[in-house]
Design a protein around this ligand. Structure first.
Ligand code: NAD
Length: 454
């Protein structure tokens, strides 16, 4: 074991250190999880449901504590952090219904009885990113546990605190020992061992497309199941027939939420040329009005970037000669602050094609519906996006034509625990959340029982 320092991104103060799990630690955890899973799957469905409801109730009692940890470790603004902790509770509550509803099928066939069983996979490894540490972890661990699996969770190196606390709360709630273990550590050690260990039967990976591609390639060696939630470069398409005031007023929040460190960030605003100038006039005060500052203050809308290294990456997209239309405010002094920034580059610029994962948005004009769709789809990603129009037929045409897993019309909504979430193209593989997520943590077993002669 070695230890790693954690820094508060709003103050640059040392928060503490966390022990890093080594390969032997992972192997030990897998062995214990394997034994715990067999006992868990053998419990009555109602008992597993009750245990998950108890876990949800304990999380509910610790929403403020979890939120405070996320503010300190990740720089999330307090309003968002409270929502995130409450969301973890809701995800657990929602999937606590699964054990009693995973019913399989009875299929009519000749000569006997044919039934399917949704068997658990065994041990599932969840590898989480730093941008929404606890919510994204819960999208993996809650449905996986509900489907009868054990879960090993590896949080991102720099944001492990809420995950570690959730592991403790699971024990406090009475979940069986070793069923849900949190293993802080390096991706190249803990994450990689999840991929290579034969008793880890599935990987849920959320993170960059670059690392996700490697995880998928490694998993192929054992035909290991994967769910991948990867990068995004989503479009916010604004047509001239929409409520332009509302589209402009909400556009900053569609991209700058969580300081733009959001896989669903609408980081390309595409505006019909006929209303482009008016939209930019309306967008400027909206961007300048975003309240950036102390994440502990309830009025703050945007906090700092998560780390100095990430600040450097984001800053590299806004060199001195960048085509900046306007920028918002950001504090000076300690903390990894970056102001909301609006760029108007050419269509081929790397700020238009690459995921920046910070508070930087590009605005591009388009000519007509066909041009808007082509531009929206001109990316290897396909995670999210918004369409602003008051023309119902256009809303239907464009929402079917944009190659993306999660779209919203006249809003910027992406994530609800009860609807499916995931990406087209290089934004991912598989879907999380919604009613069907537990099925992706099971194997379908078909059994035919022959009926003998009377
Ligand atoms: P990252 O790919 O650097 O790391 C993600 C996780 O993978 C971390 O826990 C890391 O330790 C681990 N890891 C690193 N190397 C590994 C390896 N060789 N084997 C196994 N695991 C390894 O991503 P990040 O910087 O933490 O997160 C930002 C990215 O995540 C962005 O691209 C963002 O779009 C994406 N993201 C996607 C979604 C989604 O749902 N689609 C949600 C959030 C974030």
């Amino acid at each position: 074991m070695s230890a790693s320092d954690l820094i508060n991104p709003a103050t640059e103060e040392l928060l503490g250190t966390v022990e890093q799990t080594d390969e032997a630690g992972v192997d030990d955890a897998v062995a214990r999880a394997k034994a715990a899973q067999l006992k868990w799957a053998a419990l009555a469905p109602a008992e597993r449901a009750g245990a998950l409801r108890a876990f949800a109730a304990v999380v509910d009692g610790h929403v403020d504590e979890l939120a405070a940890l996320e503010v300190a470790n990740s720089g999330h603004v307090i309003g968002n952090a409270r929502w995130e902790a409450g969301h973890v509770r809701d995800v657990l509550q929602y999937y606590s219904a699964t054990p009693e509803r995973l019913s399989g099928k009875q299929i009519p066939v000749a000569g006997g009885l044919d039934v399917t069983f949704n068997e658990p996979l065994g041990v599932v490894g969840v590898i989480a990113p730093w941008n929404f540490p606890m919510t994204i972890a819960s999208w993996g661990f809650a449905p996986a546990l509900a489907a009868g699996n054990a879960v090993l969770l590896k949080p991102a190196e720099i944001t492990p605190l809420t995950s570690i606390r959730l592991g403790e709360l699971a024990t406090e709630a009475g979940l069986p020992a070793d069923l849900f273990q949190v293993l802080p550590g390096k991706g190249s050690v803990v994450g990689d061992r999840f991929v290579t260990h034969p008793d880890v039967r599935k990987i849920v990976f959320t993170g960059s497309t670059e690392v996700g591609t490697r995880v998928m390639a490694g998993a192929a060696a054992q035909v290991k199941r994967v769910t991948l939630e990867l990068g995004g470069k989503s479009a916010n398409v604004v047509f001239d027939d929409c409520d332009l005031e509302k589209a402009a007023a909400t556009a900053p929040y569609g991209v700058f939420d969580n300081a733009g460190q959001d896989c669903c960030a609408r980081s390309r605003i595409l505006v019909q040329r006929s209303v482009y100038d008016r939209f930019m006039e309306l967008l400027e005060p909206a961007v300048k009005g975003v309240v950036v500052g102390d994440p502990q203050s309830k009025d703050t809308e945007m906090g700092p970037l998560v780390s100095k290294a990430h600040w450097n990456t984001v800053a590299s997209y806004v060199p001195d000669d960048a085509q900046v239309a306007f920028r918002g405010e950001a504090p000076s002094g300690p903390g990894y602050w970056f102001p909301p920034t609006v760029l108007t580059p050419p269509r081929t610029d790397r700020t238009v094609t690459e995921e920046i994962f910070g508070p930087v948005v590009t605005v591009l004009p388009f000519d007509d519906e066909a041009d808007a769709i082509a531009l929206a789809n001109d990316t290897p990603y396909g995670l999210s996006g918004s369409i602003w129009t008051d023309n119902l037929s256009r809303a239907l045409r464009v929402s079917r034509a944009v190659e993306s897993g999660n779209l919203s019309v006249n809003s910027h909504s992406s994530v609800r625990y009860n609807t499916p979430f995931g990406g087209f193209k290089q934004s991912g593989l598989g879907r999380e959340l919604g009613p069907d997520a537990p099925l992706s943590f099971t194997e379908t077993k078909n059994v035919f029982y022959a009926i003998g002669e009377a």
